[in-house]
Design a binder for this molecule. Structure first.
Ligand SMILES: *Cc1c(COP(=O)(O)O)cnc(C)c1O
Length: 425
């Protein structure tokens, strides 16, 4: 008998300990962890810099609330803006990805009031994309372009529309007087690992400039090194400048913390600066005193943890790119009949499954069945949609660990694959 609400269908596994890329269950069995708590344990399990930072800060001051100044928050915000985003802006600290996106949704509505429709009524609409995932709060499920998260929770909030991903014509055609912002994942994670094209990011940015819209990036899963560059969009189209970004997951290496950043750029960016006195009003200043808040967000302990993680991230970019290449090259070399393709960016890898070539029991989704079989064989890797397996190792995973994990994957795929077609080599 469990008193926990049954919102999750869980795999039959209880983890009790972790170290680096390995975890152990309650029976003492070891697993390679290519799930990382869903892209959270960026430095692996119990990494020394993070453990030291948490222990030291916990013994000094855990929490004090946002009524007072918090130096760790100031330092973390400075690092994020100056060293990582490298575009002038301001940061708000939250506790999760969904909360960070809720902050962006509120900022879009503030912007829609400051820059209203021609008839003076506020703009309020956010455009997002099919198969997107933006979290489980009411704001998050409204923004998410998947029906399954909305079932039974209607009526939905007004002001959200979902469009085909990577389709610039559809995006251009969808913009209406009430549209205020575009929100997108540079790589759709939960929706099956789909990478935005450079053309799409550039085109979305150009449409934002043309129609006075905000470009928001949900980097909750892909940000802070998961895709290589600490800013995932720079790995695709480095020249574009977003107006807002949300993060969580890997940001605290396992300690709960999220954030969103808003640009300091003037609201009236399309006018010549010299011709307008209003250029002194910045986008970030719209979220002024009283506009938003959180009790826990940005506590000394959470910020100390995140500082310890983000200090390590720039040193891991080369490893992320090298290990990603290792995974794509190795899986491609198998020519495996059950694998249609590999997708992704950096260490967010999607392995497309040819479900017709896999032996899946009645009533089970192929990717979930594969995850369960991999678990039995000693590898943790989550699904992303019904036909995609996701690999999300820690950013400091070694070459040997990647080889070991791929050997397990190949063995299990061979076993599940249609025996008549062989392994293709
Ligand atoms: C996980 C995720 C979220 C939600 O984050 P939570 O911390 O679970 O609220 C939002 N957006 C994206 C892209 C995610 O991957």
């Amino acid at each position: 008998m469990s008193y926990v609400l049954p919102t999750y269908g869980r795999f039959p596994l209880t983890l009790v300990r972790g170290e680096g890329t390995r975890v152990w269950d309650d029976g003492g069995k070891a697993y390679l962890d290519f799930c990382s708590g869903i892209a959270v344990c960026a430095l692996g399990h119990s990494p020394k810099p993070l453990v030291d930072a948490i222990q030291e800060q916990a013994a000094t001051l855990i929490h004090c609330c946002n009524l007072y100044h918090i130096p760790q928050q100031e330092e973390l915000a400075r690092m994020i803006v100056e060293d990582l985003v490298r575009i002038p802006g301001k940061v708000f600290f939250s506790n999760s990805g969904a909360e960070s996106n809720d902050g962006l949704i509120k900022a879009a509505r503030k912007f829609g009031h400051a820059r209203p429709q021609p008839d003076g009524s506020p703009r309020y609409e956010l455009l997002t994309f099919n198969r997107s995932f933006h979290g489980r709060t009411l704001g998050g499920i409204n923004a998410t372009g998947q029906d399954k998260v909305k079932e039974g929770f209607d009526p939905m909030l007004p002001g959200f529309r979902h469009l085909p991903f990577n389709d610039l014509d559809a995006l251009a055609a969808a913009i209406r007087p009430e549209t205020a912002a575009i929100l997108l994942e540079p790589v759709q994670g939960e929706g099956g690992v789909h990478v935005a094209t450079a053309e799409f990011l550039r085109g979305a940015k150009a449409l934002c400039d043309k129609h006075d819209l905000l470009l928001f990036l949900d980097e909750v899963q892909v940000g802070f090194g998961r895709c290589g560059d600490p800013m995932a969009w720079r790995e695709i189209a480095p020249e574009i400048e977003p107006d807002g970004i949300s993060w969580a997951k890997g940001m605290g290496g396992g300690f709960p913390i999220g954030a969103f950043w808003l640009s300091d750029r003037p609201l009236e960016r399309r006018l010549q600066p010299a011709s307008s006195e209003e250029t002194s009003t910045s986008l970030s200043s719209l979220m002024g005193p009283g506009s938003h808040g959180t009790t826990y967000g940005g506590s000394p302990l959470a910020c100390a943890a995140s500082l310890a993680v983000l200090r390590e991230v720039p040193g891991l970019i080369d490893n992320v790119r090298a290990r990603a290449a290792q995974i794509h090259d190795t899986v491609a070399s198998w020519n495996h009949p059950a694998v249609t393709e590999t997708r992704g960016l950096g260490l967010l890898v999607g392995i497309g499954l040819d479900v017709a070539k896999m032996d899946t029991p009645e009533g089970k989704l192929p990717a979930i069945h594969l995850s369960a079989e991999l678990l039995k064989a000693g590898l943790l890797a989550p699904p992303a949609g019904p036909e995609t397996l996701r690999l999300l190792p820690p950013l400091n995973v070694s070459e040997a660990e990647v080889s070991e994990a791929l050997e397990i994957l190949r063995t299990v795929l061979d076993r599940l694959g249609d025996s008549s077609t062989g392994t293709g080599d």
